[in-house]
Each structure stands twice: as structure tokens, then as C-alpha cells.
Design a protein around this ligand. Structure first.
Ligand code: PLP
Length: 442
């Protein structure tokens, strides 16, 4: 009997023993094509020699030095690298160990910024329904993922949730994409007005919605309008790129493709590519300056922030992405993947939508394609697909509750940037078989 408190106490997990490029291998020597990078993490696959060597070198030199005593070279170099590549205005980086911690740091930085600038009444957060920002209490409260929040609701701070930008289901008959973007920006502004602009601290959103909606991009102009609304009312914009950032959509930061910058951007997952646990919050010069000119001290911190080995690994990952020109490869592979998904599922009666950007793709399953009617949630189609995919040697990231936290099923794909074209065929073929098996088991 295992003494590990596993995620699901009713499930048996195969033992992962080895990584080989885009494959994970279990103790029975079964190979799984990692088409989701775990949860959009392993962008360089599982055996990158350069990253492994960078970790080895750093541990040999200096594994860790507590950041209340020292700075360290990998942390300084990684911060320089990220700031040089980041959207305009972001000038410093607060390093943490994962996505939820990055969000918590962003929320506290936003709050402290308003304290330092004499606006202590600004405390309200606005985020979107059908979003995910992490599982620590502040991040969970921020997210609009109903089923994850439900039982912890009494512990969560009050956060307003407005509509996601989800054209497949949110666009009204006859409405243009521009009209939709205008309507959603107006909804955000109404919520700011309702709360009183002087009380609102920040709006938080994923540029491309990951786990909860399955690779949903915003319609053109949505984020520029959101940025205008925030600016009009002195509200900070926090973009959560924990899943969609670090090259996943074909640009290092997803915000680049929306033509906006943010006051705070969170990243994790692809930052360290799973070789080390690391996340980061990129901070605008304005926020950094306010704190530097004020208390001079961000009242926060964890034991492992700025971990030297984690930063060295992340720097090696980022150099690999740049040196091997993987961003253009993400765009190319992404198009190849989309074409194959379209070919395989484009006229499938139970696939309602195929979407995404770069190597961040999603398909939404429906019982009735014309009426976009979801499957009965009690059937747990998403869980059946995940199980069938594992049987076929494929890791993908299906999730339920796509519409409202209960109804709807989708599959998220976020494969490594190092795939060869034949892996795309293998991926589509195995996914097709997994979906067929899951549907025929209903
Ligand atoms: N934000 C987004 C957009 C995420 O997708 C996730 C994780 O899936 C998180 C935050 C939380 O990250 P972590 O699981 O590393 O705490």
C-alpha cells in the first residue's frame, strides 16, 4: 500500500520512471506521447541534455542561498533575460515556485501598490467566470472555476466575476466579433462602476484560457478594450500567463499577440519546463517604483523564492527556446496540429469546436453539434477520454464543466515544442481512438 496522499485516492497510477523526448515511460516500459506537457509544462520534452547539464552545474556550484541573505547569479540573469523580452513597461521579476504562488504575489503587489500610493480603499478584484488561477486560497478565490471553488467557498475572499471572452458560446446571433468585444468591455466597466472605481484594485485574466475552457483565445480587440477600461479607472491589469505564456502560443508572452501590456504578468509551467519548479511575477516599473520610493519592502516571501537551481534550469530552458528558434517551430507545429485536428474531427458529430493558438489547442465535445448541446455531465466523458488515451499511450488534458462549471467537456492539448511532424500524426490518431472508445463506452 502506498503511503503517498495521491491526488485521487480511488485511482491507480502507473509509475513514471523515465523521460525520452516527448515520451514518458512507465515501469512496464509503456511509452506515453505527452500531448499535454502534463498540464502545459514540459515544453522541451523530458530529457533535454542542455537543461539537465545546467542543473547539474548549478547544484555543483551553489544549489540554494536564502534570498533574505543573498542574491544569486542565475536569478539575476533570468530576471535580465525575462525583462528584456517582456512586453513594454515590465521592469522587474519576483521569483516563486509555481503558478499559484505567482498569482498570490501579483495580488499582494497590487494591494501594496495602492497602500504605498495612498489609495488604501482599493481592495476589490474582478476576474472572469470559467477561469483558473491556482489552488491556494487567494488564487482559488480569483478563479471562476465553479467546481474547484465550491466546497472552499466559505474560505474565499470576495471576488467579482464577469463573462469570459468565449465566442463559441458567448457570441450572440448576428453579433460581430467587434460588437462582442465592446459588450464584454462594457460589462467589465459596469462592474467597476457598481463597486465604485475608487475601490477596485485589479482585473485578472488569462490571455488564452487554459484548463477551464480549453485553449480559448479572445476575439480581436477584446484585450485592448479591457486595457482602456482599466486605465480609465486606475485599475491594474494582471495577465495570468502561467499556462499560455513562455512560448506556448508562439510568442514568448501571450499578451504580445493581443497588443497589450499589463501591470503584472504571471508565468510558471513553461518557464522551467518541469525540470525545476519555478514561477514568476513580472512587475511594471510603476509598481516597483512606488514600493521602492515608499516602504522599500514588499511584505511577502517564501523560503524558496529565487531558488538558484530552479533559476539556472529556467534560464537554460529559455536559452534553448531562443537558440533553437522554437517559437517559430511552435507556430509551424501549431498549424500542422490544427490541420490534422480539423481533418480528423472537423465534421465529427460530437466535436463542436476546434480552437487555440500555437501549440495550445482545444476541442470541445458536444452531444448535438447543431444545438451545441453538451453531454450529460454525469457521464463524465472527459474522464473517460483521459483514461482511454492513457490506454492508447497518449497524455492529453480533458476537463469537464466547460460551460458553467458543471456541463461541457473539452480536451486541452499542449505538446512539447520539440515534436517532429510524425508525432502530430501519432497524437491525432491516438486521440481519435481514445475519443471513439470513450464515446462508445457511454
Ligand atoms: N494560473 C493558470 C492560468 C493555470 O493554468 C494554473 C495551473 O494550471 C495556475 C495559475 C496555478 O499554477 P500551479 O498549479 O503551478 O500552482
Amino acid at each position: 500500500m502506498s503511503h503517498v496522499f495521491h491526488r485521487n485516492l480511488k485511482q491507480h497510477y502507473p509509475m513514471a520512471v523515465k523521460g525520452d523526448g516527448p515520451y514518458l515511460i512507465d515501469s512496464q516500459d509503456k511509452h506515453y506521447l505527452d500531448a499535454s506537457g502534463g498540464a502545459a509544462v514540459s515544453c522541451l520534452g523530458h530529457s533535454d541534455a542542455d537543461v539537465i547539464e545546467a542543473i547539474r552545474r548549478q547544484v555543483g556550484q551553489l544549489a540554494y542561498a536564502h534570498t533574505s541573505f543573498f542574491t544569486n547569479e542565475p536569478m539575476e540573469s533570468l530576471a535580465d533575460y525575462l525583462v528584456a523580452k517582456a512586453p513594454e513597461g515590465l521592469s522587474s521579476v519576483y521569483f516563486v515556485s509555481g503558478g499559484s504562488e505567482a498569482i498570490e504575489a501579483a495580488l499582494k503587489l497590487a494591494r501594496q501598490y495602492f497602500i504605498e500610493t495612498g489609495q488604501p480603499e482599493r481592495k476589490h478584484l474582478i476576474a472572469r467566470r470559467q477561469s483558473y488561477h491556482g489552488n491556494t486560497l487567494g488564487a482559488l478565490a480569483t478563479g471562476g472555476n465553479e467546481w474547484r471553488r465550491r466546497q472552499f467557498e466559505p474560505l474565499l475572499i470576495d471576488v467579482s466575476h464577469v463573462s469570459p471572452c468565449y465566442a463559441y458560446r458567448g457570441l450572440r446571433d448576428g453579433e460581430s466579433l467587434e460588437g462582442y468585444a465592446i459588450r464584454l468591455a462594457a460589462e467589465l466597466e459596469e462592474e467597476i462602476q457598481r463597486l465604485g472605481p475608487e475601490n477596485v484594485m485589479a482585473f485578472v485574466a488569462e490571455p488564452v484560457v487554459g484548463a477551464t475552457l480549453g485553449a480559448v483565445t479572445a476575439v480581436p480587440g477584446y484585450f485592448t478594450r479591457v486595457r482602456e477600461v482599466c486605465d480609465r479607472h486606475g485599475v491594474l491589469l494582471i495577465l495570468d500567463e502561467v499556462m499560455c505564456g513562455m512560448g506556448r502560443t508562439g510568442s514568448l508572452f501571450a499578451a504580445e499577440q493581443e497588443g497589450v501590456t499589463a501591470d503584472l504578468i504571471t508565468v510558471a509551467k513553461g518557464l522551467g519546463a518541469g525540470y525545476q519548479p519555478i514561477g514568476a511575477t513580472l512587475v511594471s516599473a510603476r509598481i516597483h517604483q512606488a514600493i521602492a520610493d515608499g516602504s522599500g519592502f514588499f511584505q511577502h516571501g517564501h523560503t524558496y523564492i529565487g531558488h538558484a537551481t530552479a533559476c539556472a534550469a529556467a534560464l537554460a530552458v529559455q536559452h534553448a527556446i531562443e537558440d533553437r528558434q522554437l517559437l517559430s517551430r511552435v507556430v509551424q507545429l501549431g498549424e500542422g496540429l490544427h490541420e490534422r485536428l480539423d481533418e480528423c474531427f472537423g465534421s465529427h458529430p460530437n466535436i463542436g469546436d476546434i480552437r487555440g493558438r500555437g501549440l495550445f489547442r482545444g476541442i470541445e465535445l458536444v452531444a448535438d453539434r447543431d444545438r451545441k448541446q453538451p453531454f450529460d455531465p454525469d457521464l463524465k466523458l472527459h474522464a473517460r477520454i483521459k483514461k482511454a488515451a492513457m490506454t492508447h499511450g497518449l497524455m492529453c488534458y480533458p476537463m469537464g464543466g466547460t460551460l458553467d462549471g458543471r456541463q461541457g467537456d473539452h480536451v486541452l492539448l499542449a505538446p512539447p515544442f520539440i515534436l517532429e511532424d510524425h508525432h502530430l500524426d501519432e497524437l491525432t490518431d491516438k486521440l481519435d481512438r481514445a475519443i471513439q472508445d470513450a464515446l462508445s463506452s457511454l
